[in-house]
Design a protein around this ligand. Structure first.
Ligand SMILES: Nc1ncnc2c1ncn2[C@@H]1O[C@H](COP(=O)(O)OP(=O)(O)OP(=O)(O)O)[C@@H](O)[C@H]1O
Ligand SMILES: [Mg+2]
Length: 281
């Protein structure tokens, strides 16, 4: 079914021949198997396997250095994993370029927001991947095709405004992104990710540096988007957010999955409490 090259991918090919993860089901939208990533002598991800159910808000937690961001980087093509596979919506996407993965419908935000500070908020939005057809040479010399590009840009601009209104940062559209607060930058990052019309979003600590009222708003938006059919995988250190908003929680420790289950399961798991939560839950 897929139109994408799978020749150079690991041999499991997306059929049910590979060893399933503990929660792998037909309704999984993302499945990672035995993922590994090393940096010199450091093993950042060490055989991590998990699946994310379509339409859920799933939490990914674990102590600092557990490998959460590196896992996100391997899933979204920022890093090429040293071993293992990533299957998104039935397609093997391991080792593909970030823009290919984004175009396929899997988009992430960064732990440190990566906007362009010397461009305005609206200009940053217009740079979102897949947001434009591109101004290739033949398009610019052919009047009809050129009109198509101009029209596409107008559509993108309208969508960008809608998204800024949704996150209530439209009043900042002409502000330089560098002048935004940390929380507003997180909202811009999320708005920009959504402009690509993904199916699934990986959010790396979206609440860090966000004030409580903005955090509440952001979480409301995440739930609203979930109702529209989006799937979320959320890295977050705030346990209240994880416990109150995620229907499933995956715990990473030293590069692999230590436990997974409902928030209640996780709170009661002795290994998790010892490795991460301390005695305070
Ligand atoms: N580009 C890199 N080069 C070298 N080491 C790295 C690199 N990225 C991550 N690491 C190391 O890999 C390990 C896992 O880091 P990672 O950032 O994935 O953890 P994390 O779970 O996201 O932690 P945090 O909660 O602090 O964000 C750490 O030991 C980190 O120092
Ligand atoms: Mg991290």
């Amino acid at each position: 079914m897929s139109d994408v090259d799978t020749e150079s991918r690991p041999a499991d090919g997306g059929e049910a021949t590979a060893e399933p993860t503990s929660r792998s089901t037909d309704s999984s939208i993302l499945e990672i198997r035995e993922l590994e990533k090393h940096f010199g002598g450091i093993t950042a991800v060490d055989g991590a396997s998990f699946a994310v159910e379509r339409g859920t808000i799933t939490g990914l937690i674990g102590p600092n250095g557990a490998g959460k961001s590196t896992t996100f980087n391997c899933i979204t093509g920022v890093h090429t994993p040293d071993a293992g596979s990533v299957v998104f919506d039935g397609d093997e996407i391991t080792g593909r370029e970030p823009h290919q993965i984004a175009n396929r419908g899997l988009v992430r935000t960064f732990q440190i927001a990566r906007e362009f500070p010397e461009m305005t908020v609206l200009e940053n939005m217009m740079l979102a991947p897949k947001a434009q057809l591109g101004e290739s040479l033949w398009r610019s010399v052919m009047p009809i095709a050129r009109r198509e590009v101009v029209e596409q840009e107008a559509v993108t601009r309208d969508r960008a405004w809608e998204m800024l209104e949704f996150f209530e940062i439209d009043h900042l559209a002409h502000e330089y992104a560098g002048n935004l607060s940390g929380g507003q930058r997180k909202l811009l990052d999320l708005a920009r990710a959504l402009l690509t019309e993904p199916e699934m979003l990986l959010l790396d600590e979206p609440m860090a540096g966000v004030n409580p009222s903005l955090e509440k708003k952001l979480l409301e938006h995440v739930h609203e988007l979930q109702e529209q059919g989006y799937t979320f995988l959320l890295v977050e250190h705030d346990m209240d957010v994880i416990m109150n908003h995620c229907e499933h929680v995956i715990v990473m420790h030293q590069g692999s999955v230590l436990a997974e289950g409902t928030a209640e399961d996780i709170k009661a798991d002795e290994a998790v409490v010892e490795a991460y939560l301390g005695g305070d839950v």
